[in-house]
Design a protein around this ligand. Sequence first.
Ligand SMILES: Cc1cc2nc3c(=O)[nH]c(=O)nc-3n(C[C@H](O)[C@H](O)[C@H](O)COP(=O)(O)OP(=O)(O)OC[C@H]3O[C@@H](n4cnc5c(N)ncnc54)[C@H](O)[C@@H]3O)c2cc1C
Length: 1002
Amino acid sequence: MTHWLDHISAHALEDEKSAVAHLLYRAGALDALAEPVAARAGKLIENQRSRGAGNTVESFLQSYGLSTKEGIAMMCLAEALLRIPDATTADQLIEDTFSTGDWKKHLGQSDSTLVNASTWALMLTGSVLELDKGESLTSWFGGLIKRSGEPVIRQALRAGMKFLGTQFVMGETVDAAISNAKKDEQRGYVMSYDILGEGARTDAQAMGYVNSYLAGIRDIAAAATETELFARPGISIKLSALHPRYSITQHDRVFAELMPRLKDIIREAVKHNISVALDAEEASRLELQLEVYKALIEDPEFADFGGIGFVLQAYQKRAIYVAEALVELARTNKRRLPVRLVKGAYWDSEIKYAQIMGLSGYPVFTRKPHTDLSYIACADVLLSNTQSIYPQFATHNATTVAKMIEIAAHKRVPDSAYEFQRLHGMGETLHDQVVGTHRVRIYAPVGAHKDLLAYLIRRLLENGANSSFVHLLLDKETPISSLTVCPTELARQTGGLPSEHIPLPADIYGAKRKNPLGTEFGYRSLRLPFLKGVEAKFAALPTPPADAHEKDIPAIVARAHAAFAGWDNTPAHARAAILRRAGSLLDAHRDELLALLITEAKKTYSDAVSEVREAIDFCYYYANEAERVFAPEILAGPTGESNILTLHGRGPFLCISPWNFPLAIFIGQVVAALVAGNPVLAKPAEQTPRIAARAVALLHEAGVPTDALQLVCGQGETVGAALVNAPHIAGVCFTGSTAVAKLINRSLAAKDGPIVPLIAETGGLNAMIVDSSALLEQAVDDIILSAFGSAGQRCSSLRMLFVQHEVAHELRELLMGAMNELRIGDTRLLTTDIGAVIDREAQKHLLGHIDHMKRTARWTHSVRGHHLEGDTFVEPHVFGLDDPSELTEEVFGPVLHFFTYKAKDLNKTLARVAGSGYGLTFGLHTRLRGTIDEILGQIPAGNRYVNRSMTGAVVGVQPFGGEGLSGTGPKAGGPHYLLRFVTERTTTINTAAIGGNVELLA
Ligand SMILES: Cc1cc2nc3c(=O)[nH]c(=O)nc-3n(C[C@H](O)[C@H](O)[C@H](O)COP(=O)(O)OP(=O)(O)OC[C@H]3O[C@@H](n4cnc5c(N)ncnc54)[C@H](O)[C@@H]3O)c2cc1C
């Protein structure tokens, strides 16, 4: 049976050309309005230009375009300054900002960059700090520094940033906002207050937002004078603020926990006759938001209330289908629904996210005229159904405004049947021209300036882009006629083709290497078939392969040895072709591999998907690498002689892989060794033989001769050791603990015969530093993922967190709150965030460590599990400790050790991290560019990550591997890896010996 969302979801990642063709078919007839639209828009723009930018975002962008270094530096300052609690870090940020870029260019003449930059803040604070008549900013500021020193500069800049904030925030409290809004209300505007807050990380934060929404509704209603619902101010809310787990994987909690909170808000709104709009967020949340919205509209309790609004983003390929579904929902429920039509505020992050996730396409259009066309087509649907929909057109684009007015007039929709909306601090010069004839609502953010800045940055990014109307409006070089071109016309010119500058997610690595396909659970059209495919495989898992006997090892190795010459003589491009086939086969058997990873290795769905993608990627990457490095190299030398360097396999390679990446690391080692011309003996971890057996079967199916790749299962101490000690083993590739790597190294050293190379990737005591300039919410997301993702069983996992003293308390509270929201359980459920650890032995070891830490730590916090019976679960723990030396070895599980440091002791902290002897991964959260360089310069770690999580290295993008106690290198998935698996030969031929030196004589 089809579900109402199926039709919408089917278009989530639709091919752009066909999506545009459909929109042209739907909205093409509105071309007839092109002339009146251009005339109307032209007048609006002329008036806007004659009024100038004023004190708005437009003025900011006029001075600091986003394509300038100064614009970016200023955004960094704006984003971070107000939330930095300590003076030292704030000053570093200021210095950092002003050591970048050419501020003079913007601010006039001065020798001092700092003075110039600071005067910029003063320019903004014109109303805050008064200059004496005739005094220049520079001389005034120079004097100020002499008189007052640095703290004043800091204060001035903070005032500057606050002033920037006031351009976009209506007030820091609802009361202040109501009072500040009066001026606009007197000019005919209506308000929609947006109480700032999004993306709650903890329940406490979410409840805080819920309570501010409730109180906000009461305060707004108390001050409202009109009686008609839409003549009264309303509020806008974000569902992500109401619950820390507003995500499709937590569908049950969204309905059981978020929904009651939302209903409380709607109840309050009904009581006070205040409309509520549900803001649109990420594309992956659209379908969940629609489900929530439908439930509200169908709830008999709210049957008589017409004020629950939906926000629709036109940049999404599903937009037109959503518009139709909203009309249908209204009709079925005999309601008139307010729908705010926007273009969409998360465009750049949607593009990046789709690339990271390896989606089959983008959920958003990649050319602006396509979004504009979609906006028109959606508006057409909304304006054709004004008995069911109250359209609210939110835009700062004069041509879009003109188009809406002309479409409405053409359809004989009265001006009062729809409204326009703008953001506070933007679009004033445009909407001042509209507010006389139409209702115009101002979206008015309310909240503390420090919470506003993330919102501000989104506005600046969206409007500072070269394609943005606001950006072009201010550019006097852009003729008005080019701003009023009909998007339908432009979309016809592009033929609906996607932007040539934005490759599809599959093509981001270029033509020679496909980015393996991933998925996004937020899209029903992807999620349901995905789950069905994997669940079907749970029932039919293969039986584990038999272990080898120690006595069989010599024969196994001899077989590999015998296969060596044939395999090594197979041309590299033929071996590469086999790897590519293997990649495709892994892809084709994805469901089965996922089912195995989820059950045998206790991986969550999303970890399992990443792992299969990584395994496929290894095949494609090493295939390309082999073709690159195996090409014979002609060396320069004297005439009459040819000198050629060629690479060859070394002989049978033993690949010993771990259980924590039983497919990706297993495949990575094996295919690297194979493609370099070596027969392989693949010894998987004892815990995960079935996955290894499937991988080997697929490699054979792809064309690897069975003698060239043999699976050898069994205990490390017996089978593994016998393999290491066997004659003819020409190389060992090992991933696992440092202790076992050393053991292997010693065994190899003790062997007679040639010296056998060892490639070892071992563990790490991985650290992350969070300073006081970091955005704590972002840091907490990354800490949770890095420390507890995959139950902390990645070699890259975060073990030691160092937090700057001034923000440690706040971060700790956030971290504990976010931990409380994690779900531990059976990984066969999509709802599970963290599964069991691999086996009893690992569990026992971890519980022993936790017991010990409980006795020594200053404080501790743990996640309470939901289904902890019957499997090897370990509740994620964090321990507050004083001294990092309490931790001497890697603890391979969901246990995080939390330390604080004082800014002045940063170098000591770094020395401790570096002094551990390990050097695998390292994370840093800071907004200070200078600090990034300084810290990274002191940390010897193979993989360093700044302002992101520190796990999830991607093949060819973040080649993986450490130094010191963490491994020998070279890095897996990197350009130097294959070279360790080969031997080099040069061949010199005296060409002059046969027939003289023809080359020279010719
Ligand atoms: C009152 C109000 C409420 C809002 N609420 C929300 C909300 O809940 N959720 C939300 O997401 N946004 C919201 N917005 C923001 C809105 O999405 C942006 O302000 C809007 O996209 C800017 O569009 P414009 O018509 O003013 O400008 P234009 O310059 O005409 O359009 C810019 C927009 O075009 C799109 N675009 C830019 N480049 C490309 C490209 N290469 N390919 C495809 N598309 C492109 C992007 O959406 C970009 O924001 C709201 C805006 C207002 C005014």
